[in-house]
Design a binder for this molecule. Structure first.
Ligand SMILES: [Zn+2]
Length: 214
């Protein structure tokens, strides 16, 4: 995974903003009054500074973010591009990549995590190196976001799994010659469905299921 959003990513988003291509439809409902986001109106443009890493140098690049306003209660909501995390200047890829390097490797210290294959990124202007304490702080922020949003995350996971399962299963049919009654047809369809999902679950699903039912 690249350690940063690229200048191209940010430029592409800036062009979308300038061509009025950012709409509120992907946003959730208003957090204050629950109005659907498709009723939001454009409110303001705000310039934000992002920090990207180019050849181990941290460079500042500006990009415009769009704010929408809830037409019911007046709350303003910022639309964030995929590379942005609210209140953070480093891009999502950097924050995610470095936090992950620390969290997923039992041997890594914060000091190790800030050290990439090519060295420690440093600020283009001041020459100051990316601090290990930044990763410590980011992990705190990330955990807070996850905790606050855990229900939404679980829902997302369920939806993704259900969609994957549907794709995997396809339509289920049973030939006419195998049944004389619609009741028997139903039994066969249920079983065929069960054996298909068993491949997705695991081999012992039948035993587990039988124990649970008993
Ligand atoms: Zn509202």
């Amino acid at each position: 995974m690249p350690l940063t959003a690229t200048l191209e990513d940010i430029k592409a988003y800036q062009q979308k903003v300038e061509k009025n291509k950012i709409n509120p439809h992907g946003l959730g409902p208003c957090p204050r009054c629950n109005l659907e986001s498709l009723f939001f109106k454009l409110h303001a443009y705000r310039e934000r500074r992002f920090l990207v890493i180019v050849d181990m140098l941290v460079k500042a690049v500006f990009c415009t973010l769009v704010r929408f306003r809830c037409t019911d209660c007046g709350k303003t909501i910022t639309s964030y591009p995929d590379f942005a995390i609210p209140h953070k200047h480093y891009t999502r890829q950097t924050i995610e990549g470095l936090c992950r390097a620390y969290v997923e490797n039992d041997q890594k210290t914060y000091q190790d995590a800030v050290m990439t294959d090519d060295g420690v990124p440093e600020r283009a202007v001041s020459g100051r190196m990316l601090a290990a304490s930044s990763i410590h702080r980011w992990i705190g922020t990330l955990a807070e976001l996850i905790r606050a949003d855990q229900d939404a995350l679980k829902k997302l996971l369920q939806e993704k799994l259900a969609a994957q399962l549907c794709r995997h299963l396809g339509p289920i049919q049973i030939p006419e010659k195998k049944h004389k009654t619609s009741h028997r047809k139903g039994c066969l369809l249920w079983c065929r469905w069960f054996f298909k999902i068993q491949a997705v679950l695991k081999n012992s699903a039948f035993t587990e299921f039988a124990i649970r039912s008993a």
